[in-house]
Structure formats: C-alpha cells, structure tokens
Design a protein around this ligand. Structure first.
Ligand SMILES: [Mg+2]
Length: 320
C-alpha cells in the first residue's frame, strides 16, 4: 500500500500548503472586500508583503513535524525543537522570515525553551487557547497514525498528543480528532460520502466527551437536508477552531473540485490561509495530487523541499 500511500500523503501535504499560500495575501480581509475582488489565483504581496507562492505558519509548523516523522514512534522533543528552529530561526519558512505566529503557539514554544517544561506540559489549556493553531498543522500526524494501521483509540491518542504540544484544551484535541476521522475516511475511500461517514464516526467516538457539544453544528452537516439549509452567511471563517473546521467542511461538502473548494474557503475572508489550508489538505485527499492545479503547485515556494520531506516521512521503510 505504501507507494500508493505516499502519493496520497503528498496530495494532502501539497493540497494543504497550496491552500495556505492562496490565503496568505488576503489574511484578515473582510468577506465583503473579497466579494468585490475575489481571489481566483495565486497572488503576491498583500497582508504580509510576501512573494507569490509563500506559505505561512500552517505549512511551516507542518514541515517541522514531517521532518521528524518516519519510524513508528514519534519523537515529540524533536518536533518541539523544530518548532523552535522555525519560531526563533526562520527554518521551514519560504523566505527565511518567520511571520503569522499565533499567540498560543508562541506561548507553548516559549514554555518549552524558557520554561524548561517537558513537551507534555507545554501546551496551553485555557478556554481562550482554542484557536486553529494545532488543527492547521495536524495532518502530518494524522497521516502517520493512519499508516500505523492500529486501532482507533491509539490513532486518536497520537493526534491528540500532537495537538497538545501547543493546544492542550479538550476542545482543540477533539477538533483535531474530528479532522483526522475525516482524513482517514477520505484516504480509504476518496469520495464526498466519506466526509459524511467521517463526521458520523467522529460524533460517535466523541459522544461521551462534553466538549464535543461544541461541534454539534459540524456534525449536523452529515445530514444533507440540514446542510442544504446552511447559508454562506451562517459560516464564520474565524481563527476559532470550531469556526475554522465548520468552514472547511462546508467548503468541501458544497463544491466538486479542489480548485473550487479552496477558492471558496479563501474568499470567505477572515482566517483565509488556515481555513483554506485545512480544507485544502482534505480536498487533496479527496481529489488527488493531479487535480491540484499544476500552476499553483509550481508556484508554491519550496515545493520540492516540501515533497522531499513528505517522501522521507512516508517512504516505505521510514527513516532510521
Ligand atoms: Mg497562517
């Protein structure tokens, strides 16, 4: 299954990074502004004055993880060390410059390097620490867990531990878990019905955890009658994990190509790069690498390095 798995993993990783890069120039834009001047292609400059094809923290932090993944066990200290190389040193960035860092991630990384805490204790646990900062970088861990071919509980534990490096509140753990169920279903069966079945599996899995109540609306999208009644105005594309996940899933369920899904996500405005990255990773799994427009793939900065990290993480025998 591995040759096949690697090509699927590449579709997820590149699909995510392309979504990120499409959203970077218009991050924080209002929806009404984008309605007047919608994103239809890769742009340069804008919010962070970055060149065309530049990705942000979503992809950089994912590369920090991919660089470590390979064997069966995950060395979370090495993931934290890579977060430090990115945060303090600009490694894993498109231009050598670190930008667009979320507060919760900063605090967790500072806890590790200056608070000298173990990786198990660095993640932030407050109610306000429920941004999408772990959801936007969870796919490498979800891919890793999928490949282990172990039971559901073990796979979810890996994903939740990976979230907790920065985002340790129960709501963030569950958000990352729901995303992972969707991804796993899509990897097994790349079709829209897999999103519906993934939502149902996640709802059942988390039914006894109180915080799963926050995800009731996204779970309701599994009912296509309910989904049809959801208007674009009902979708908030903020950086709050619940909003970002809802927005990404809604974009997936209401479009029929990679291109239309990620453009719909970006043009919602708000946290454009992360919502498009979250949607883009899942859309990569759904439609495959070849359906990510070639021009977008080719304009993604450091694409070859991204694909090499993906190949090293998910090669047949893994790394030593
Ligand atoms: Mg970002």
């Amino acid at each position: 299954m591995n040759g096949n798995f690697l090509s699927k993993a590449k579709a997820v990783v590149v699909g995510h990074a392309v979504g990120d890069a499409l959203g970077v120039p218009v991050e924080f834009s209002k929806r009404e502004e984008l309605d007047k001047n919608p994103v239809v292609d890769m742009r340069a400059y804008g919010t962070f004055r970055m060149p065309k094809g530049a990705f942000s923290d979503d992809t950089s932090m994912s590369l920090c993880a991919l660089d470590v993944l390979g064997g069966d066990k995950i060395n979370f200290d090495r993931v934290m060390e890579n977060f430090g190389k990115w945060y303090y040193g600009g490694k894993f960035t498109p231009t050598g410059e670190t930008f667009d860092v979320g507060n919760t991630c900063s605090l967790a990384i500072e806890n590790y390097f200056f608070g000298k805490k173990s990786w198990r204790e660095c993640g932030m646990k407050g109610e306000r620490d429920n941004g999408n900062g772990s959801l936007m970088r969870i796919h490498p861990f979800a891919l890793h867990a999928y490949r282990l071919n172990t039971d559901e509980k073990t796979k979810i534990r890996i994903v939740e531990l990976a979230s907790s490096l920065t985002h340790a509140h129960e709501r963030a753990l569950i958000g990352c878990g729901i995303y992972s169920f969707l991804l796993w279903e899509l990897l097994d069966r790349p079709c829209l019905e897999s999103i519906v079945s993934g939502l149902k599996t996640a709802e059942t899995y988390y039914r006894n955890r109180a915080e799963s109540e926050k995800y009731r609306r996204v779970f309701s999208f599994a009912n296509l009658e309910t989904l049809r009644r959801v208007e674009r105005e009902d979708i908030r594309s903020s950086g709050y994990i619940v909003d970002s996940l809802e927005a990404a899933v809604w974009c997936l369920l209401t479009t029929s190509s990679y291109l239309s899904c990620v453009l719909k996500a970006v043009n919602l405005g708000g946290d454009t790069d992360s919502v498009a990255a979250i949607a883009g990773g899942l859309a990569g799994a759904l439609y495959g690498y070849e359906r990510i427009p070639r021009e977008w793939r080719e304009s993604l900065l450091k694409r070859e390095e991204i694909e090499a990290l993906c190949a090293a993480a998910f090669a047949e025998n893994g790394k030593e």
